[in-house]
Design a protein around this ligand. Sequence first.
Ligand code: GLC
Length: 831
Amino acid sequence: MDDADIFETAPRTPGALRSVRAASGAVEIAYEHGRVRAEAVGPGIVRVRLAETGFAPERSWDVLQPARPPADAVASEVDGGAVLEQGGLRLTLQGDEAAMAIEGADGARWLTSAGPPRWGRARLDRLDLPHREGDALPPGVDGVLLRQAWTLDPRDRLWGFGQRTGGLDRRGRALTNWTSDSFGIGHHRGTDNLYQAQPLFLAVQPGRAFGAFLHVSHFSRFDAGARHPDRLGIDALGGELDLFLFAGPTPAAVVEQLTRLTGRPLLPPAWALGFHQSRWGYASADEVVALVDGFRERGLPLDAVHLDIDYMRGFRSFTWDPERFPDPRGLAERVHERGARLVAIIDPGVKDEPGAGYPAADELVTRGYALRNPDGSPFRGYVWPDRALFPDFARADVRAWWGDRHRASLVEIGIDGVWNDMNEPTVFDRPFATGAARNRPFPLGLRHGGDEEPASHLEVRNLYATLEGRATYEGWERHAPGVRPWVLTRSAFPGSQRTCATWMGDNNSWWEHLAMSVPQLLSMGLSGSPHAGADIGGFFENARPELFARWMELGAFYPFMRDHTAQGTRAQEPWAFGDEVEAVARQALTLRYRLLPYLVTLTHEAAFDGAPLMRPMGYAFPDVEETFDVEDAFMLGPWLLAAPALEPHCRWRRVVLPPGRWCDYWSGRPVGDAGAHGARAVIVEATPGRPPLLLRQGALLPSGNARPSTAKPLSELRIVATPPETDSAYEVVEDDGWSTAWQRGGVARTALRSRRDGDRLTVTIGARRGAFRPAPRRLVLEVRLGGPPERVEMGGEGVDVRWDPDRRAAEVAWQDDGTERAVTVWGGRTP
Ligand code: GLC
């Protein structure tokens, strides 16, 4: 949109340069009208702020983690400007109008300002910002729009941008950052924004990646090359450009830098990595217990059941329906006895009925904790419990109160996790009972932050769910000390990954949505929020058997694996579609549970440096351009390439093989060799129950025995190895699965190494390190070979080996005593 359309009057620009200060790793420049401050805030992270007058105040609720400014940043004055250099990133500000260039260490241009930044009051009717009739932008800086355009490198793909529809590369789209419910509509490929707002991106090309996070919680928009293919436009309310730049130089490095700044992803408890079953409509405690029994009777693994709003008394958060769920404690016990866990939904809309014996409402009102209208009266809106009030999560006292509300009604009852929904936040225009209720925007001038730190809805909306998640997580930490909390959220902003897992909201039982979940979850991982899943089977509408079966296969690789569906849809449990589908679901669940030791290891990697579990191929192979646009396959950690069936009647499919040799996980057969550098497409079989899953050359993949749930310890740790070109290494990380002891050394680390020398392959399983001691179990080394080995030795002596021709696997097993073992295999050819 042109300036003339979006600003009320002609916008202001910074004008002539007035003064430059470059000292102690920071640059400050004053213009006639506006100022810039740039500083290195961490290795590989530079912050650039540009404002018209003062910079925005620091907020107590900010998502930024404490910074450790690097000692080696160099700020210097140059003729008519300044340069800031740190960690391979170079920012030059020179001349008038805040002209900026951001370059890599090699002088390659990343972003160059294309014209001056502009400020002015925005025209609400032109902003694409949902609002109520008659509403206006509040006065002051909240209504000031900052616009800045940048020149993009034509070769860059633009990844990240958080939760979106569409493909991995979002170049060519306009993208709004404004948390929105997409209830009932059924979002599609072209939908702009969904429930979450992650104003950040990665710019990638072979051999190079950098990233940027717009640290602005106000409504903002990126034009990622929609109007002009080589321009990036940033529009932000609040009047400030606050941009964090990440030096990369790989996608993995950018994700590390981003999560260093906004927080590392949580470490989920073991049960959260298992299978979750849910539906809106499990209407009684007995039905829930019967559901768990249904899994146990059929020998299908299950770790968690989700209780949707049906468990509450009239949709009141923190209550239980006295008739249908008369004994919540007893219910939790029955579910726990069966080796499963319970997750309960909590909505932020608190029924507006003070004085009616509902403590949450009483306290919200008497303590003045609710969000307020501009005139100071509490804001009310319709949601499940009809007229509701909304806690002001920007206040620390409200967060503490909210966290405490979980104690008696959930924590002490034995509930294991919380599911935060409707927290964009969402309201409707009328009570549901009257029919045809529609989403209604919140008033833009709504007051958050209480009297102490007043802020408008424009500033806080995008953070609302993240602050609710924090309140819940911290409440859980206080009331169940030492236990890892588990919170699932629908809405989010960067920083949410520290406390919450997330799902992609109300999808549909469509093949399109099955396929879309791949780039969606890959983007979540790139955006620093790897613990994500999409509703398996689809939420709205009825899943057809084949769709459900294929979705279970793909879901086995989701970091968060949940089957969920809406009220009124047909049954969607794994057995609801007949024996054939149940058999496929069983295969998928068995694979999921076998892979749990790998998934646990990957969650530790994520908690350490942000590395996603599901990785785009271009993340894993950042020099190989042919892998960059693959969005129908992905890497699960470093060793597995998953190429799910995403279309009906799929029996074969094309897979782009990244460099190296690959073999089929199921049969051990070679799939192809893409050579050392390039990629190569192959056609692979996609039989239901055995979706294409490839093992990388040099794999050292931890896995285990299948179990009914993670309540049972592993009886076998199995390392699946494929011969490397020369060497390979990995480390298995294990922990107790439930406590916070992992933060204090309560882990078990086992280094794995493999080395190939002619026809001799040695795999070494190192001595276990760390304070965690796994339960007694077998250790199995499974080497995938072209044929049976000639000889196998362990510690210099011949050992028995089992050859499984169906999987082309040579297996050596021993009782795991935590000591180092080296196994050498002669012959057998590489697969
Ligand atoms: C929302 C949620 C959905 C849930 C429903 C009822 O639509 O996204 O998952 O089942 O509300 O609580």
